[in-house]
Design a protein around this ligand. Sequence first.
Ligand SMILES: CC[C@@H](C(=O)O)C(=O)SCCNC(=O)CCNC(=O)[C@H](O)C(C)(C)COP(=O)(O)OP(=O)(O)OC[C@H]1O[C@@H](n2cnc3c(N)ncnc32)[C@H](O)[C@@H]1OP(=O)(O)O
Length: 307
Amino acid sequence: MASLRHALIRSFLIKRGPDETTKRLLTLSSALNSELRQKQIDLLSKYPGGCVDLEKNDKTGIAVLTLNNPTKKNALTGSMMIDFEKRVEDLESWEKGRGVIFKGSGNTFCSGADLNVARAVGEGKDSGHPSLMSSFMQNITSRFFNLPLITVALVEGAALGGGAELVTCCDFRVVSSSANIGFVQARMGLSPGWGGGVRLVNLLGRLKALQLLSSASIIKGFEAQEIGLADEIFGEFDDSLETATSFLTNYTKFAPDVIKAMKRVVINASRSDMQSVETLNTKETQIFQSLCGGLANLEALNKKSKF
Ligand SMILES: CC[C@@H](C(=O)O)C(=O)SCCNC(=O)CCNC(=O)[C@H](O)C(C)(C)COP(=O)(O)OP(=O)(O)OC[C@H]1O[C@@H](n2cnc3c(N)ncnc32)[C@H](O)[C@@H]1OP(=O)(O)O
C-alpha cells in the first residue's frame, strides 16, 4: 500500500510546478484515503455482533463508553470497531464534555478481537486484511487518546490482547485488584496492531514494555500499579463505576473549556511525539501484518486457547 502510494506521488512530482504539484498531491492523498477507508468499512462490516454504547451526562460532563458484547467477554467484532469510531466522533464534538470512563459490560473489560474476526483477518493476509484492520483501529484509538477530555479506563475481569491495547488509549487506568491484564499477542503468534505497542512503550518505558510483550504474562491489579500501568486499584466489594467516577472527578471539577484547554496543553506539548506516533504506527502495522495469518497465528487460533 505504502509503496504504491510513494510510486504514484513520485510520478506526480515529475514535470510539474510546485503549486500544481501540491494541489494534485492533496487530491491524490484524499482519494487514496477514501479508497482505504472504503476497504476498511467493507471488511469490518462483514463481522457483526455486539455494540459500543455511549451515555453522555451534560450536567456532570462525564460520559460512559461501554464495550457491549457480553456473551464473548466484550470481544470486539468488526461492527463494534465501526461503532467505536462513531462514538469517538460524537465525543470529539461534545461541548459540555469534561471526561470519559471507558469500560466493558458485565464486570469485564475486553477479551480482545473477536476470534472469528482475528481468524478471518489472518486468512485474508494476501489481500492486506491485517493491515486494514490495524490501521483502522490505530486511527480510532489515536483519536480517542487525543480527545480534549480526561479519559479513564475502568478495568475489571479480562483485558487481553487487543483488550490490553485499549487500556493504553486512556489518560488514566482504574483497575480491579483481580483484573487480568495481558498483552498475550505473542501467545497468539501476533504482535500488537492497534497502536498499543507504541503507547505501551510511551507509558511504561522500553524495558517494562518489552517484558510485558515478550513474556505475554497476565498481571493482576497490584502488579499493574507497581509498573505504572494502573493509577488506582479497587477491591471486590467496591462499586467499580462509582470508584472510577470519583477518581475522574478529581480532574473534571472545572468548566469544560478549562478542562479541554488543559488537555490541549498536554497534547500540544507532546505534538512532536504525535507526529512520530503516526510513523511508528505505520511500522507497527507492518510488523503485525508480517505475523498475522502466519503459521504460529493460525496454530494458536486452531487451538482455541483460553488464557
Ligand atoms: C487481532 C487482535 C489480537 C491481538 O492484538 O492480540 C487479539 O485481540 S486476538 C484475541 C485475544 N484474546 C483471546 O484469545 C481471549 C480468549 N478468551 C479467553 O482467554 C477467555 O475466554 C477469557 C476472556 C479469559 C474469559 O474466560 P472465562 O471467564 O472462563 O469465560 P469463557 O472462556 O467461558 O468465555 C465466555 C464466552 O466468551 C467467548 N470468548 C471469550 N473471548 C473471546 C474472543 N476474544 N473472541 C470470541 N469469543 C470469545 C468464549 O469462547 C465463551 O464462549 P462460549 O463457549 O460460546 O460460551
